[in-house]
Design a protein around this ligand. Sequence first.
Ligand code: HEM
Length: 495
Amino acid sequence: MDVLSSALIIAGLSTAFYFFGRKKRVPIDRSTGKPLPHPFQLPIVGCLPFVSTDGLHYTFSEWARKLGKIFSCQMGPQQCIVINDLDLVREAFSKSSFSGRPQYHLFRLGYSLDEPESIGIIMSEGESWKEQRRFLLSTLKDFGIGKTSFQDVITDKSFNLLRTLEEHQGRPVDVRMMLNTAVSDVVSTVLFGQDYKHAETDFARYVDHVANAASELGGSALMNYWIWLRYLPYYSKIYHRLTRGMNFTFDVLRAIIENEKKSNPDNIVNNYIAAYFVKRNDTQSARFTDHNLMLTLSDIFGAGFETTGTTLRWALLYMCEYPELQKKLQAEIDREIGRERPPQVTDRDRLPWTEATLLEVQRIASVAPLGFPHKVMEDCELGDYLIPKDTVVFSNLYYIHHDPVNFPNPNQFQPQRFLDAGHSRIERTECLLPFSTGKRVCPGEALAKMELSLFFAALLQKFRFEFPQGAKADLRPRCGLTNDTKPYLLCAYPR
Ligand code: HEM
């Protein structure tokens, strides 16, 4: 049974119970006193049966064209608003009252039943979230993320990546696994330390699970609203796969934490776990537990490598599709860096076309098309609107990135839109929000930007990328939790 037919069955059954439902408070437009516009929806299931299985952001964008910059919708039991406007997203996410998270069952697999609500970073809110997030940000800063002192780690991982690619000697290859390995090696160096070498097979399975979960979570979204769907055959398989993967993930992380305790009893701070133990000894807070550490590691790892790897996959796909642009970037890299010296963070200003191309890839692919949903913590105002407590908030970053007012000819791939008239400087980035904005803006933004620039420039410096003979580009995304590329092969010829 597929997602749509399940939703229709639920719709039919639940209509019968509609009149027993309590009347909910809805978002209001203060200027008219009326509820916000909304799409056609059924009792109880709301708009869910009308959501395209191709991707929620496509449906939201279609509704945005009819309903405007903000609309409300009922997603199963959840009252939601969808913001399709840059200024409104900025205003909303700058407010503490918009910094909650809806609790989705599938994101709490393996710890949903007995845990306090707020644990880890991604799904937590309130004081617990603030404390763990603040600690993450200050630790990343202490490790020199975003600064030149950290670039050697990325350069080291890019050598491994280039070597692996070279072994294929121009034969068609799917770069997914090798890009995932490169970026996950960077994140694991930060989290677990340079010397993390044990249980490598388990770790490779773990990386694979995170990548698969990102696509499965999209297709099984209905379980987030009605966890009992896991008893239906279609969902039960996905549910069990996800639960097994999550339990396995936690086992691997527990083993890593225990290993760190044994191998680094003095807590020499060369990774996130050791920094966490030092913090635990110095703080009055009771929240720095092993369990919270494990969930935080899982969150950072999960959020940190799939998004970055996917962006790089898009970048190489566009390079194969636009060979003339690829030549232009390579000429720029040859001129400013040469063929031997590895790219450095300080080169970024001298590679405007390369950087503009990465920005354009992030815009057009919109890897996190709806960011991650927020929840309103208390009744509050947003522009002309009154938004009740517990409303779930989607920021339609995909729509904002494809709004012709922000980006003329939005469906065309045009890196030069981010360049000044002389094509020598990056500009007009203010409408681009791949990392979201405000209180919950991606804490890995500086790390991700550094990885994207250094890996991409290193790849172009050493290889020319082409589709295998006769292969055609498919630039339509595969939508799961992220906007991924469809599987594709490329040939990497050493330059
Ligand atoms: C191109 C790569 C990346 C993209 C496009 C991306 C995008 C995002 C987005 C859109 C959010 C949701 C923000 C919100 O709720 O408003 C987010 C959250 C998050 N990201 Fe990233 N991210 C990337 C890389 C990373 C990296 C490398 C890390 C590792 C440090 C990371 C860690 C996180 C965490 C922990 C959160 C949750 C923050 C919170 O709930 O307070 N991300 N990211």
